[in-house]
Design a protein around this ligand. Structure first.
Ligand SMILES: Nc1nc2c(ncn2[C@@H]2O[C@H](COP(=O)(O)OP(=O)(O)OP(=O)(O)O)[C@@H](O)[C@H]2O)c(=O)[nH]1
Ligand SMILES: [Zn+2]
Length: 207
């Protein structure tokens, strides 16, 4: 599977910031607007600053976040599960938001990672142009490569704005994807237990 290319490996030369802002002026004219009217004069700069945030993942190496591991885990040998990690991405077909949640589980093999780093990995891949299937697989593969755990599972549920605000206009449709690696794939009982844990009702005090 191809992964989203980091900025430094991009096949085409990076335009200057001014060229990027000019492209926004072109789009403003395309939709019938006057880029010189007062309210729009600074919009190209604002849009490009927004792009810096939306697509910051191209400047991040997710494996860096997983490089600090902890090995003093006692004999902990059960799943580590993070549920409901919110993410914001953009679909690569229409460049409009995909908003959803990721659930991550891994079965450690003597090594664990700081839990915030898993959310950072999600961010590093989500803040690129994506399709959900690839986002799911990339998160799972990164954890698998970095931690070499006994198993990894990633579940994503999301809302694709390209289906709700345009095109087929179907609000309320959610897309679910999953990537299961290692024991979660090969051991049906473990998988079933995991799915029951991940999709169990949330404890009231954690809401
Ligand atoms: N598999 C997959 N499809 C996606 C994802 N995000 C958006 N899409 C779909 O990508 C497809 C692109 O289809 P095209 O026919 O090339 O584009 P389009 O003419 O804009 O299609 P419509 O959205 O049906 O109007 C659409 O069916 C989208 O719903 C995603 O994460 N995964
Ligand atoms: Zn789309």
């Amino acid at each position: 599977m191809t992964t989203s290319p980091p900025k430094k490996n991009r096949p085409t030369a990076t335009p200057t910031r001014t060229e990027a802002e000019d492209a926004i002026r072109t789009l403003l004219r395309w939709i019938g607007e006057d880029p010189e009217r007062e309210g729009l004069q600074e919009t190209p700069q604002r849009v490009i600053r927004s792009y810096d945030e939306f697509f910051e993942g191209y400047n991040q190496d997710p494996l860096d976040y997983l490089s600090r591991v902890f090995e003093e885990v006692g004999n902990y040998n059960e799943s580590v599960i993070l549920r409901d990690i919110r993410f914001e991405s953009h679909c690569e077909h229409h460049m409009v938001p995909i908003i959803g949640i990721v659930h991550i589980a891994y079965l450690p093999n003597k090594r664990v990672v700081g839990i915030s780093k898993l959310a950072r990995v999600v961010n590093a891949y989500a803040r690129r142009l994506q399709i959900q299937e690839r986002l799911t697989a990339e998160i799972a593969n990164a954890i698998h490569t970095a931690l070499q755990p006994q198993g990894v599972a990633v579940f994503i549920e999301s809302d694709h704005h390209c289906m709700t605000t345009r095109g087929v206009h179907r609000p309320g449709v959610s897309m679910s994807t999953s990537t299961l690696l290692g024991k979660y794939k090969t051991d049906p009982a473990l998988r079933q237990e995991l799915i029951a844990q991940i999709f169990a009702p949330r404890t009231a005090f954690l809401r």
